[in-house]
Design a protein around this ligand. Structure first.
Ligand code: SAM
Length: 455
């Protein structure tokens, strides 16, 4: 791989850069890794080695065709680059989650950091996963539905739309759009498009994004800032800019010597950061830092809310959900969601400010004689375990995921959840001698399935 000469010149000035191991790593393929779902991933067989900074992370010996693994579709794991999983270690060391938290993942698509955050949060905390680009927001939504947590909501807004949410969030994660030099092994376009001018452009955008959301962070709240760029302009210099513009206190994270992660500090203000060089670590290029807001912030008053009367919806959907303190909301005309009851005031406040793709768990809609369950219930960790299910083998699961007939048992009638290794994949409605497949069309596997598929 031929790396841009100006980038290499810059890298040689950066602390901890080891040219020989870096160039050698760029002659090799990117490392494949996955992060197991703490609830759904417990009984799947993944043969991998642990990633030291993330309990659920595993390096895989090779890259399988994930599309052909039903466990992937059931959300048993998320395919995520290993360095990014360091967010888990940062979170555990910098965030106090004694109280319930409101967390914003501002640049969230396709959902790597958000699915990780969802696994770390307590059920009573709330995660808003936001993505400004509409097409990417739908991928984010799909991944968050697959991950199955009811306290994760998805929005599609520009960072400036958060400005009015004064002091609302306890933690904001900004995995900023960047020049992408850390991802050359995974994304050849990042290499082809890399220019010094683009680094400068990204830096301006990163500062604008930080400025836009600063007011929505509460006093004492934490920002976790990350990029996949090696350029100091987008990393340390952005941290210096933060320290110039705002009252922010840097936060250090303990790092084991044998992890190969380079601790760095911004040149003027000494703001701490952590850099990942391929070759020194087993993963891709990454930078992450955490800092705490010291300046006073206004705080939005939560509205006094009156819970809408949803007795009928609660009765109709009770067999679908695990018992919990649910509040039901009419999400759009005749489309209902279940949210954690204490989040009702958040919904009432945020729906006025943000454009929502999903709030809570979509539970479906009423029809003339029955309740139509939403696909999201099949993937939810809050689905009622007593829902009648059809347990399928791998071949049948792949047929179902292609929206083809997988041979439903005869004489079954009614809604059935299709399960593979006890993981929900979707719904069928059995009609005695045949069944209708309710997998949403855009979720279906499009590739041809080879005759003998082994993961
Ligand atoms: N956090 C994601 C994950 O772990 O899967 C990756 C995020 S990616 C590095 C940066 C995201 O920022 C992209 O999804 C991109 O669409 C979004 N983005 C691009 N321009 C933006 C802007 N001006 N403001 C906020 N987000 C932006």
């Amino acid at each position: 791989m031929i790396l841009p000469a100006p980038l290499l010149t810059q890298l040689r000035t950066i602390q901890g850069f080891d040219e020989a191991s870096f160039l050698a790593a760029h002659e090799q393929d990117a490392v494949t890794s996955v992060r197991l779902h703490p609830v759904k991933g417990t009984n799947i067989d993944i043969k991998g080695t642990p990633i030291p900074w993330c309990e659920d992370g595993r390096y895989l010996p090779s890259r399988p065709v994930f599309t052909l693994d039903p466990a992937y579709h059931g959300g048993a794991y998320y395919v995520q680059e290993a360095s990014s999983m360091f967010l888990s270690h940062v979170w555990k060391n910098v965030v106090d989650d004694t109280n319930n938290l409101r967390v914003l993942d501002l640049c969230a698509a396709p959902g790597g950091k958000s699915t990780l955050l969802a696994s770390l949060l307590k059920p009573e905390s709330l995660l808003i996963s936001n993505e400004v680009i509409r097409s990417r927001a739908s991928i984010l939504e799909e991944n968050m539905v697959r991950w199955g947590y009811s306290n994760t909501w998805v929005t599609c807004n520009d960072p400036r739309d958060f400005t009015k949410l004064d002091g609302y969030f306890d933690v904001i994660v900004i995995d900023a759009p960047c020049s992408g030099s850390g991802l050359f092994r995974k994304d050849i376009k990042a290499l082809q498009n890399w220019t010094q001018d683009n680094v400068a452009l990204c830096r301006g955008r990163q500062e604008r994004i930080l400025a836009d959301v600063w007011t929505s962070l509460k006093e004492g709240g934490i920002i976790i800032y990350a990029t996949c760029s090696f350029s100091q302009e987008e990393d340390e210099q952005v941290l210096d800019w933060v320290a110039d513009e705002f009252d922010a206190r840097t936060i250090s994270v303990p790092v084991s010597d044998n992890w190969g992660i380079v601790e760095t500090a911004s040149p003027r203000k000494g703001m701490k950061g952590y850099r990942f060089f391929p070759g020194k670590i087993n993963g891709e290029g990454f930078f992450i830092a955490a800092f705490q807001k010291q300046d006073a912030a206004n705080t939005l008053k939560s509205p006094r809310v009156k819970a809408p009367d949803m007795t009928k919806v609660a009765q109709q959907t009770a067999p679908l959900l695990a018992p919990k303190d649910w509040q039901y909301i009419e999400w759009s005309k005749d489309m209902f969601s279940a949210i954690c009851a204490p989040h009702l005031s958040d919904w009432q406040l945020l729906q006025k400010a943000l454009y929502f793709r999903k709030a809570g768990l979509n539970i479906g809609s009423p029809a003339a004689k029955e309740w139509l369950p939403d696909h999201a219930i099949a993937l939810s960790i809050d689905a009622n375990s007593a829902i009648p299910a059809i347990h399928v083998n791998k071949d049948q699961a792949l047929q179902f995921l292609k929206r083809e007939d997988f041979g439903t048992p005869e004489n079954e009638k009614g809604w059935r959840m299709v399960k593979f290794n006890n993981l929900g994949l979707g719904w069928v409605k059995c009609l005695g001698n045949r069944s209708n497949n309710y997998l949403p069309k855009h979720w279906r596997i499009r590739m041809e399935i080879p005759d003998e598929e082994v993961l």
